[in-house]
Write a protein that binds this ligand. Structure first.
Ligand SMILES: Nc1ncnc2c1ncn2[C@@H]1O[C@H](COP(=O)(O)OP(=O)(O)OP(=O)(O)O)[C@@H](O)[C@H]1O
Length: 264
């Protein structure tokens, strides 16, 4: 098991006058083997924070620790430590090459990891991973376009797992999916998290799902964490006015999403 720690992390986009700090002094610990939810309105900096942890965006200040190793600007051995952190994105299409079979996509992640074992060994590992995400290994030769959205997202999870991560960052992994398959993908994530003892940062707009799945939740506003604590207590009894607003904004069952009369 592995802990992920953000220490006074700042992430800036652009430079000079047009620069913008999307993440501003974030301190957050995702403890060993725990599931921490990250919520906040669109544009609050959630994805940027996660992207910084996998090196897609370098912080302008601060440290990001995998256990005790700072992975900011990682090279060589430290880069191998950073590969223990893998991210699954909202849109599976962006992480899968449309011209590559799903088996080859997963295999590619082994090669990046530097796994040995030869071709036959890697094929066997691909089959094991496909089974782990509840896909028939016989489909390894299929292209992403031959799969449903939910199946493609399972392949993305398998691909991330191929790197043998200790920490998984799940960024809105079900929001592009039909409601009917969201539960299947979430159940899969939970099972994999338990079986592999993963540490998970779960980014979501769905507070009900976060309350159900996560141990803790952090609430982000304008690049800062404004509240953090056990998911059930933060969501049931929010202390920060912004969290209270977020929760009040959840449409209740039976509440119309918009006022039809207003458009007549
Ligand atoms: N590549 C980029 N270049 C410049 N600004 C960016 C870039 N990516 C994001 N931003 C800006 O950084 C801020 C934070 O964006 P980010 O995507 O991290 O928010 P988010 O909370 O994940 O939003 P969402 O919930 O909509 O995914 C926003 O103001 C956004 O416009």
């Amino acid at each position: 098991m592995t802990r992920l720690t953000f220490e006074n992390v700042w992430v800036r986009y652009g430079s000079g006058r047009s620069s913008h700090d999307a993440v501003r002094g974030v301190d957050l610990v995702v403890p060993d083997g725990r599931l921490v939810g990250l919520v906040g309105e669109s544009g609050s900096g959630k994805s940027t924070l996660a992207r910084a942890a996998v090196g897609l965006q370098e912080p302008s200040r601060g440290r990001i620790l995998v256990d005790d190793v700072d992975v900011v600007g990682a090279r060589g051995k430290t880069a191998a430590v950073r590969r223990q952190v893998q991210m699954v994105f909202q849109d599976a299409n962006s992480s899968l090459n449309p011209r590559m079979s799903i088996g080859a996509s997963i295999e590619e992640a082994f090669v990046v990891r530097g796994a040995g074992g030869g071709r036959a060994g890697r094929r066997a590992e691909v089959a094991t991973l496909l089974e782990l995400v509840e896909l028939d290994p016989a489909r390894a030769g299929d292209l992403p376009s031959q799969l449903s959205g939910g199946q493609r997202q399972r392949v993305s999870i398998a691909r991330a797992l191929a790197a043998e991560p200790r920490i998984l960052l799940a960024d809105e992994i079900t929001s592009a999916l039909d409601v009917s398959v969201q539960g299947t993908v979430l159940n899969l994530l939970m099972r994999v998290q338990r079986e592999l003892d993963l540490t998970v940062l779960f980014i979501s707009h769905n507070l009900a799902v976060v309350r159900q799945l996560c141990d803790d939740v952090a609430v982000m506003k304008d690049g800062e964490i404004v509240e953090v604590g056990p998911a059930a207590s933060v969501i049931d009894d929010p202390q920060h006015p912004y969290t209270q607003e977020l929760i009040a904004a959840i449409p209740r069952v039976g509440t119309p999403l918009f006022d039809r009369g207003a458009h007549r």
